[in-house]
Design a protein around this ligand. Structure first.
Ligand SMILES: Cc1cc2nc3c(=O)[nH]c(=O)nc-3n(C[C@H](O)[C@H](O)[C@H](O)COP(=O)(O)O)c2cc1C
Length: 166
């Protein structure tokens, strides 16, 4: 290690991780009364093709954590570049985040946001303890792909410049 290399600090760690551009996802579950709960995440990763597995990480301090742990299935909606407001709402609104938002119940009783560029319906396979977050490993049971471009998160919200083919 070079002597000029700074020691790892929380700020350096955050800045380094912040160099990784991601999409934006609303992860959501239904509770026992079939009410939808969700939060904005960017810790989504596809893990395995066979079997199809994905993971998401949720902060133990998030209000939604107990609902997520209790739910056998969770839904993931990959947001479009028209859905920045939805991302903000699902990261900040204290409650009733689905109020006034168009959504549907998937085949596996999970809330899915209308207009998302893709959706995934997952069965909770494993919950792993990882520092201040829990890793939810999900087996993907159903998916949909829709029109539109994804919302990008990189030092704030970004829109992709996708060249359109004629
Ligand atoms: C772009 C973006 C990505 C986020 N990614 C995550 C994530 O991967 N995991 C997580 O626990 N929180 C993530 N958050 C924060 C949560 O959305 C937020 O802390 C949560 O909705 C707060 O809910 P609460 O106040 O009801 O606990 C992210 C927020 C934004 C704006």
């Amino acid at each position: 290690m070079s002597s000029t290399q700074p020691h790892l600090t929380p700020g350096l760690f955050r800045r380094a991780c912040g160099r990784f551009a991601t999409g934006v996802v609303v992860a959501a579950v239904l509770d026992a009364e079939r009410r939808p709960h969700g939060l904005t995440i960017n810790s989504f990763t596809s893990v395995s093709l066979d079997p199809p597995l994905v993971l998401i990480c949720i902060d133990y301090r998030a209000a939604i954590f107990p609902s997520f742990r209790a739910a056998p299935y969770f839904g993931l909606s990959i947001l479009s570049d028209q859905q920045q407001e939805i991302s903000h709402r699902f990261a900040t609104r204290p409650d009733d985040r689905f109020e006034g938002v168009a959504w549907r119940e998937g085949q596996y009783a999970v809330p899915l946001i209308a207009g998302a560029v893709a959706t995934l319906e997952c069965r909770l396979d494993r919950l792993l303890d990882a520092g201040d977050h829990g890793i939810f490993l999900g087996e993907v049971l159903q998916a949909s792909v829709n029109d539109g471009e994804p919302l990008v998160y990189y030092q704030g919200y970004q829109k992709l410049q996708v060249p359109h083919q004629s």
